[in-house]
Structures are given as C-alpha cells and as structure tokens.
Write a protein that binds this ligand. Structure first.
Ligand code: ZN
Ligand code: ZN
Length: 175
C-alpha cells in the first residue's frame, strides 16, 4: 500500500513534468523564441537587400543575394557577407572621379589651341601646330601672360596696354 502510493506519487511527478511542456509558460517561451528567430531571419533578409543595393549595380545580383538570404535563413546572409563586393558603389564612383581629377592635374593645365584645337600647354606663347599667338610674354620676366591679365602674377609688374587698345576698351565701356 505504501509502495503503491509512492509509485503513484512518482507517476504523478512524471505527469507533472510532462504538463510543464504543456504549461502556458513553456508555450509562451517557445512561441517567443520562434518569433525572435523568425524576426531575426526577416531582419537579415531586409539588411541583405539594403546592403546589396549599395554594393551591387546589377538588379539580378541583388535579387539573388536577397533570395539566398530568404531561402537559407542565417546561412544565406553569411554567404552573402563572404561573397559581397568589398566596396560601396558610391565609394567606387568617388575613387574613379578622384583618379580622373588627378589625371587632369598631371596633364597640368593642358589646353587646346583656339584656332586648330590641337593640345597645347598652358605656358606656350605660340601654338606649335598652327603658329597662332596664344600668350604674350611679360616685358619684365618673360613669363607667359594671359591676354586678360592686367598685372603679371609672377613679377607683379603692370601689363602695358597700348594706348590704342585702351581707347577702344573705353569706347566699348561708354557705348
Ligand atoms: Zn594651333
Ligand atoms: Zn612678369
């Protein structure tokens, strides 16, 4: 009799542990865990979409990245992170523009002759292709001066304007 009650109690206790998995607390905990896992998975899919759009130009590749992240939860996103391009598109564009700007700098103010359109350097006095006069030499230091300059930027001496030219300019002003 005593043993049977013990067995019953023991049985009761096993029933109790089984009922723990049916308990609202356990159900709630397991539901919350699943919700968090699903939420994290969807967040990773969304993150993949956002990140892929900044790194990939091809819409098909963006689709493949998002689909991989969606079909293979967590692992797909990990694969994307490993295989994605290392740079953002805007950084690539900025770098290309910088290189282009530097190339222009290296060419060093290279210009085109207004007469024959052939490339000439900024300090040429005369076009070597068509003999057109491009700049006038400073009377003091002989450096090339732009016709629109009023003073030599190299030696600070006034650029002499012939009286005839000055009169024409004045007439144009008053016209
Ligand atoms: Zn020329
Ligand atoms: Zn000068």
């Amino acid at each position: 009799m005593f043993f049977s009650t013990l067995i019953l109690q023991a049985g009761g206790s096993t029933d109790g542990s089984e009922s723990f998995f049916d308990s609202p607390a356990w159900k709630f905990a397991s539901l919350m865990t699943r919700a968090v896992l699903v939420g994290l998975w969807l967040a990773l899919v969304f993150w993949t979409y956002k990140d892929a759009r900044r790194r990939l130009e091809d819409r098909l590749m963006i689709g493949v990245a998002v689909a991989t992240s969606l079909i293979f939860p967590y692992v797909g996103t990990l694969f994307y992170v490993i295989l994605r391009p290392p740079e953002y598109l805007e950084d690539v564009l900025e770098r290309e523009l910088e290189i282009k700007a530097r190339e222009l700098e290296i060419v060093g103010g290279a210009d085109h002759c207004p007469a024959c359109r052939k490339p000439v350097m900024a300090d040429y006095l005369i076009c070597p292709h068509c003999r057109r006069r491009l700049k006038t030499a400073c009377r003091n230091c002989s450096r090339p001066l732009d016709p629109s300059w009023k003073v030599c930027p190299y030696c600070a001496s006034e650029v002499k304007v012939t009286p005839a030219k000055a009169l024409v300019a004045e007439d144009e002003l008053f016209a």
